[in-house]
Structure formats: structure tokens, C-alpha cells
Design a binder for this molecule. Structure first.
Ligand code: SF4
Length: 305
């Protein structure tokens, strides 16, 4: 089968088996094309909770499938590629943060959504990269322990100077690998381009940007901007998707290191095999985990409104 035939087969199977397919914006073009919903991790889990399909198939990484399960515990949630983890989410586990919390009594523990469901069970509130600043500002406590991403945490701390924000040494190795030298090189190559970066990049890189925002924020900014040329400082698939969506504009990669192997692990064939029941993994979480982790997500929804 060629790609178009495989896509047709997936669409047929998805309808026959009543499955809703979610694809994170970092997924390959051919996967986004067959998805019912595309977007960032939180938007996808909210979309999944609204649909009538009993089965959700996540093309993304494990913590995203877990977040879907937390928001839709009655549904069957499948992860198309079981090897797709997240280096940031795997950096800190429940046991480690339980110990750290003892050093920070009275602090509100704010967890980036890029964390495991297990870790969420002992945190107070979740945030996404687009909601982090707004939510931290609204927390009724000046003392915040922000985990796991120290770069996103630094960005939030800058925007919330009244808060005392403690950071740990975690983050996305893909985004954090971008250097100031690469920024200089890209700006020299494309002097008319605006630089749009994700706050998971290091502060010295973010300081050089014309816009700092979430994946969804970067997409929206580039689409709405009157400018014609952009350097994209997040996973390279975003520049690729934007180039398809805005043919009159030019998008350049900030760095070729911005390729997430976990996000690239899912293939169209994985999606097909998962629908056939030959591959993929069902996400199973205990009732206790769902109840405890869900509190943290519910608090994010309450403060994010
Ligand atoms: S880009 Fe970074 S944060 Fe996102 S899934 Fe990959 S490793 Fe995790």
C-alpha cells in the first residue's frame, strides 16, 4: 500500500470501529491528515473528552495518552506507539518529588502537563505552556515549586515577579539543546525573519526572540502576523506544518537538533496496526491514580478559566 491507500484504509477502519484519532502537532503530516483532532496535549485531551467515540487513539507520547485517560476514564485510550515516551516526563517520578516536597513545606506544587499520571497524584495544579503564567498568577500562595521544566519555570518566574518560584533541574533536552550561537547563525542567514520560540528553550535563547509561546501560540502568531518570514524555535514539524498552511510565507528551522525522537516514533503503519488490534497499547490507570491525578487537572481547568 502507498501512503494514500494506507490513509484510506485507516479512515475506513476508524469509522468501522468508531475510533477518534488524536494527533499532536509534532506528528508527521500524513498522520495529522487522518486525525479527527490535532493540537497540543491539553487541547487534544479536552477534545477527546467531548467526543462520543468510545475509543481514543493517541498519536503522540505516553503522558498525553495518560492525560486523555484522566479526562475520559470511561473510554478506552490507546497509544499508537508504546515506545513513545517523553524525556522530560521521565526525569522526575513520584518518589523523588515526595522527597523534594519535604524541603518546601507550604509550597504549592505546580506540575507542567508533561509529567506522568503517577507524579500528578501528588501535585497541586497542572499547567500547560500556554496557561502556566495565567495559572501561577492566580494561585493563592506566593511560594511555588514548579516542576519539572526549569526553562518554562524561569519564563513563568519572569512574568510573575511577585511569586517566589523554586525550580528543579529538569526540562526538555530537545528544546534546551538550542544554543545562542545557533540563534545568531539563523538570524544572520534570515535577517528579515521574526524569531518565534517555545519557552522550553533556555532563557538566553528566549531573550533573543520576537515572540515566546506555546506550540499553539507560535502557530497562531505566525498565521496572524503581517510578516512574511519566520525562524521557528520548536520541534521542526511545526515549521513544516506552517509551510503547508501558509504557502505565501517562509518558515525556517532554528536548529536541526529540534527533532523529538519520541514524537517521530509513531508511523502511519503504527496507526493502522493499532486500529487492527495488532499493535499499540491500552493505557490502564488505577481508580486511585485517576482520582488523585484528576484533582491536579481539575484545578488547572478551574484556574485557567
Ligand atoms: S519535545 Fe521534549 S517535552 Fe516534547 S515530547 Fe519530546 S522530549 Fe518530551
Amino acid at each position: 500500500m502507498n501512503i494514500a491507500q494506507l490513509q484510506q484504509e485507516i479512515l475506513r477502519l476508524k469509522k468501522e470501529k468508531d475510533v477518534c484519532i488524536l494527533a499532536h502537532s509534532y506528528q508527521a503530516r500524513e498522520i495529522c491528515e487522518i486525525a479527527d483532532y490535532t493540537g497540543d496535549s491539553y487541547k487534544l485531551s479536552v477534545d477527546a473528552a467531548k467526543v462520543n467515540n468510545q475509543t481514543i487513539l493517541m498519536c503522540g507520547v505516553r503522558f498525553m495518552a495518560e492525560t486523555c485517560k484522566l479526562l475520559s476514564p470511561e473510554k478506552t485510550v490507546l497509544l499508537a506507539q508504546p515506545l513513545a515516551g517523553c524525556d522530560m516526563a521521565d526525569q522526575m517520578d513520584k518518589e523523588m518529588i515526595e522527597k523534594v516536597k519535604k524541603d518546601y513545606p507550604g509550597y504549592t506544587v505546580v506540575a507542567y502537563v508533561n509529567t506522568t499520571a503517577q507524579l500528578k497524584t501528588i501535585c497541586d495544579v497542572c499547567v500547560t505552556s500556554s496557561s502556566a503564567v495565567q495559572i501561577v498568577k492566580k494561585i493563592d500562595n506566593d511560594n511555588i515549586l514548579f516542576i519539572p521544566d526549569c526553562n518554562l519555570g524561569s519564563f513563568v518566574a519572569q512574568q510573575c515577579p511577585d511569586k517566589n518560584i523554586k525550580l528543579l533541574n529538569g526540562g526538555c533536552p530537545i528544546h534546551a539543546s538550542v544554543t545562542v550561537e545557533e540563534v545568531k547563525r539563523a538570524k544572520a542567514l534570515y535577517p528579515d525573519a521574526e524569531l518565534l520560540v517555545h519557552p522550553e528553550c533556555i532563557p538566553a535563547v528566549c531573550e533573543q526572540a520576537d515572540y515566546i509561546g506555546s506550540t499553539a501560540g507560535i502557530i497562531q502568531y505566525a498565521k496572524n502576523s503581517g510578516k512574511k518570514e519566520f525562524i521557528i524555535g520548536t520541534e521542526i514539524s511545526i515549521a513544516e506544518h506552517l509551510q503547508y498552511d501558509c504557502p505565501g510565507k517562509d518558515f525556517h528551522f532554528l536548529s536541526l537538533k529540534l527533532i523529538c525522537p519520541h514524537m517521530k516514533a509513531t508511523s502511519l503503519m503504527d496507526v493502522y496496526n493499532c486500529l487492527e488490534g495488532k499493535a499499540g497499547e491500552e493505557i490502564l490507570l488505577s481508580d486511585e491514580t485517576i482520582t488523585a491525578a484528576r484533582r491536579c487537572i481539575d484545578e488547572m481547568i478551574r484556574l485557567g478559566d
